[in-house]
Design a protein around this ligand. Structure first.
Ligand SMILES: [Zn+2]
Length: 299
């Protein structure tokens, strides 16, 4: 079974409880991500969530699993054009994209309201290739852009850093937010840069297809330093594990890369970080990568 809130001790909750000690980590998860998610992406979701359970992470104090609600369609319509929304509806993945964006919005909200130190958001469709007026690559709605729109409007949060370590260039996010003076957009990619547009706070790290852990992690240090100098209110990590050597994207990262990455992030930014799941298909890689990142955040 996948986590649906029935298992005692899962700390699964859909509601907000005020006045409690701050959570270490809010995990946003919905079983529909596994059932109705985009085929390439969905097969890893339940195995990775089961891995968190089998490591005992879901029962730890200070960890809460939250089942998200779908994002408001009016919010999607403020970030994307009418024709984009129609095309997303026709794709058959609009509903799961709304639920995925809902997870990211709630995950970000938990962190900026200081209810949780950090959050990790599972999704059923990715977001970083969804631009204002187009989408590709298993992305339909730009979850991070929608979360930023939501936080600015409802919680008056202003400045954001986005560190996208998915090995595919985050062209959709660049299209929507690349010229925003209050957003720093940092991209790891393999030289394939559709829709690239330079703006005041954009920083891109092109790595060769065969980039290993050492090469990747040395650039992570540079990226985090840049994010620190920007001075953001919330850091989004667009977390694609398709960069693993056994997954479908560029780079040849090994099993240890993701915990090393998460430790580096935590060292500089111990709170106010929202991880957003992105590319990746291999269930074994997902179990290890997501399990390791959540382990770092939960410790
Ligand atoms: Zn990718």
């Amino acid at each position: 079974m996948v986590g649906n809130g029935e298992t005692k001790g899962n700390n699964m909750s859909g509601g907000r409880e005020a006045g409690k000690a701050q959570l270490k980590l809010a995990i946003l998860y919905h079983p529909d991500f596994f059932i109705h998610g985009y085929p390439v992406l969905r097969g890893r979701v339940a195995p990775a969530f089961d891995e968190l359970r089998s490591r005992g992470l879901l029962d730890r104090e200070g960890i809460e699993v939250i089942e998200p609600d779908p994002a408001d369609e009016a919010l999607a319509a403020r970030v994307h054009s009418d024709s984009h929304i129609h095309a997303a509806i026709n794709s058959g993945y609009y509903e799961i994209a709304l639920l995925s964006a809902g997870a990211v919005i709630r995950g970000a909200e938990e962190v900026v309201t200081a209810r949780a130190a950090n959050s990790f958001c599972f999704v059923g469709a990715a977001g970083h290739h969804a631009s204002h007026d187009g989408f590709w690559g298993f992305c339909y709605l730009n979850d991070v852009a929608m979360a930023i729109e939501f936080l600015r409007e409802n919680l008056y949060v202003k400045r954001f850093a986005i560190l996208d370590i998915d090995p595919h260039f985050g062209d959709g996010t660049r299209d929507i937010l690349g010229r925003d003076p209050d957003v720093m957009h940092i991209n790891f990619h393999s030289g394939f840069t559709i829709g690239r547009e330079d703006g005041p706070n954009n920083l891109d790290f092109a790595l060769p297809h065969e980039a290993d852990d050492e090469r990747f992690l040395s650039k992570v240090d540079e990226a985090l330093k840049a994010a620190a100098s920007f001075g953001h209110d919330l850091l989004f990590i667009v977390f694609g594990h398709d960069s693993h050597r056994d997954d479908y994207g560029a780079f040849e990262l090994g099993d240890g890369a993701y915990s090393a990455f998460a430790l580096k992030v935590k060292e500089l930014f111990p709170r106010r970080v929202c991880y957003v799941l992105s590319g990746g298909s291999n269930p074994r890689v997902a179990r290890r990568a997501i399990g390791d990142v959540v382990e770092v955040l939960a410790t």
